[in-house]
Design a protein around this ligand. Structure first.
Ligand code: C5P
Length: 249
């Protein structure tokens, strides 16, 4: 399987900070894109915004000069996930994700079919990322609800290895698992981390958090940050402070 050479380590910090557009309306989301697009490049569109606005929101973010991480966490039979991935590639997203718990065949088929479609149609293949375990899943949920006997950290590394073996470009994980994933999957494997809080910012509903500097020092490639930026009184200033902290790390 040909792994995409991303060379993202050479990217400036402004390409490594992804702002989560968790908004109810297109107007609010696009207003934030307008405000921030001179400072950074990538915006995350999740299930809420996508369900409300449809794929048009992605096109509008592209029109405004932004790149999109389409965070729809595909999880279905292999061909269905692969075909959804092809549509994401046709939309021109920079990155999308699939649940690693969908299994090896699902991830492999998605990589292969999206890769083939991109070659055939002359598209740039999006970066395809696996969701390891949702950070809302604790040891108890993993054991009692999902019937998995491994500890959370072991299960996360297991899924990261499985994603790598089946050709994915990287995974989403919490900062506390980054070091173990890096060790298991090597330096070219992309790690995307949410749960980031600049020192002094509100935790909101995140329980396990790290600062932007800590996340980068642990080996994270992309930081996903929502409310500390979108709910800040001065989002531009907040972004500048975060980028400065990332630059130092
Ligand atoms: O506002 P906040 O910075 O907490 O937003 C984090 C974003 O990352 C949200 O869009 C959330 O859905 C997403 N996310 C997360 N934890 C995960 C996976 C995704 O917080 N494990």
């Amino acid at each position: 399987m040909i792994r995409k050479t991303l060379n993202e380590n050479k990217l400036p910090v402004s390409d490594r900070l992804i702002v989560a557009l968790d908004y109810e309306t297109e107007e609010a989301a696009l207003a934030m894109v307008e405000r921030l697009s001179g400072l950074l490049t990538t915006f995350k569109v999740g299930s809420q915004l996508f369900t409300k606005c449809g794929p048009g929101i992605v096109r509008k973010i592209h029109d405004a000069g932004g790149r999109v991480f389409l965070d729809l966490k595909f999880h279905d039979i292999p061909t269905t996930v692969a075909k959804a991935g092809i549509e994401a590639a046709r939309l021109g997203v920079y990155m999308f994700n699939v649940h690693a718990s969908g299994g090896a065949t699902m991830m492999k088929r998605c990589m292969e079919m999206v890769g083939e479609a991109c070659e055939r149609e002359g598209l740039t293949r999006p970066c395809i990322i696996g969701v390891t375990l949702l950070t809302s899943i604790c040891e108890e949920t993993l054991r009692d609800d999902l019937g998995v006997t491994r500890a959370v950290s072991e299960q996360v590394v297991h899924f990261a290895r499985l994603a790598r073996e089946n050709g994915l470009d990287g995974v989403v994980a919490s900062v506390r698992e980054v070091e173990a994933i890096r060790q298991a999957c090597g330096k070219d494997f992309r790690i995307v981390t949410p749960g980031i809080r600049p020192s002094g910012a509100s935790l909101d509903d995140q329980s396990r958090v790290a600062t932007p500097g800590e996340a980068l020092r642990q080996g994270s490639d992309y930081l996903v940050i929502g409310r500390p930026i979108t709910a800040a009184p001065d989002p531009e200033k907040r972004v500048q402070e975060i980028l400065q902290e990332m630059g130092k790390a």
